[in-house]
Design a binder for this molecule. Structure first.
Ligand code: SF4
Length: 258
């Protein structure tokens, strides 16, 4: 799950060698878990270029749009999510119209994203609750909320877990949160930022506790790009990885190429 639909600025390391980070933004003398995370973020930021503030292109402008988009992205890829979302919005451009639909009709439209029945039922309940709580189909009022209140409200919606909450917070509300998808989890574990078997929710809690708020969005995007471009689930390209020098996965193999 991410807001990345294409690798806009992602570029892998130069063939045959590591890429040195340009102008680190972190005091590299820092130590402990926080220092390790910030070192890793600096390296990935130099590689992929997503900096401290999440780029505006990843925000939908309306947090409710972002919430539904993220709900659709659960257990599928970005392409299928976008197909489902666009099909729904093309036929029913307003959330009033969607809320009035039978969930079965929503399910048919969002089928490309999978789990149509589950997602459509949740969507109907979410829309009804937001209409009741906000007096309309918008979450823009949440811009004035504290991050704690926003997290509490979103977490209470059906089918909305920590990752979905974090995506809406960081991309649509500009609040500090660090969504952990499969790429972020894998990269975090391999780099040794967290113990190997740490659950995604715990990784998210940890990263949110050490990453400065303004670096959450960029750090999330850079980790995803690194997971896709270099640190693949199978056969990571450690030999050309710019982060090899700080990587626990490489250290565990005695520094050789894995
Ligand atoms: S050195 Fe290998 S395991 Fe470590 S982050 Fe790079 S690609 Fe992933």
């Amino acid at each position: 799950m991410s807001r990345i639909t294409t690798t806009k600025r992602g570029r892998g390391p130069a063939p045959g060698g590591s890429v040195k980070p340009e102008g680190p933004q972190t005091d590299l003398e820092g130590s402990g878990p926080e220092g390790s995370v910030l070192r890793a973020l600096d390296i990935l930021e130099a590689l992929y270029g997503n900096d401290r503030t999440p780029p505006e292109e990843y925000s939908t402008g309306e947090p409710l749009d972002g919430l539904i988009l993220t709900l659709l992205s659960q257990n599928t890829n970005d392409r299928n999510r976008d197909m489902a979302y666009n099909a729904l919005r093309k036929k029913y451009p307003t959330w009033d119209e969607v809320a009035a639909l039978d969930p079965a009709e929503i399910a048919a439209l969002i089928r490309p994203a999978g789990l149509g029945e589950t997602k459509s039922s949740r969507m109907s309940v979410i829309l009804a609750r937001i209409d009741a709580d906000f007096g309309g189909f918008t979450l823009k009022a949440m811009h004035g909320w504290s991050p704690e209140d926003a997290r509490r409200y979103l977490s209470a919606l059906p089918g909305v877990g920590p990752k979905t909450v974090a995506c809406v917070m960081v991309f649509d509300l500009g609040m500090p949160a660090f969504p952990v998808d499969t790429h972020v989890a894998r990269v975090s574990r391999r780099l040794g930022l967290v113990p190997e078997r740490t659950a995604p929710e715990k990784i998210q809690e940890f990263l949110e506790s050490v990453v400065p708020p303004e670096r959450c969005g960029g750090g999330h995007l850079n980790m995803i790009e690194h997971g896709r471009a270099v640190c693949h689930a199978r056969r990571p390209e450690c030999g050309t990885c710019a982060a090899a020098g700080i990587c626990a996965y490489v250290a565990a193999a005695g520094g050789g190429t894995l």
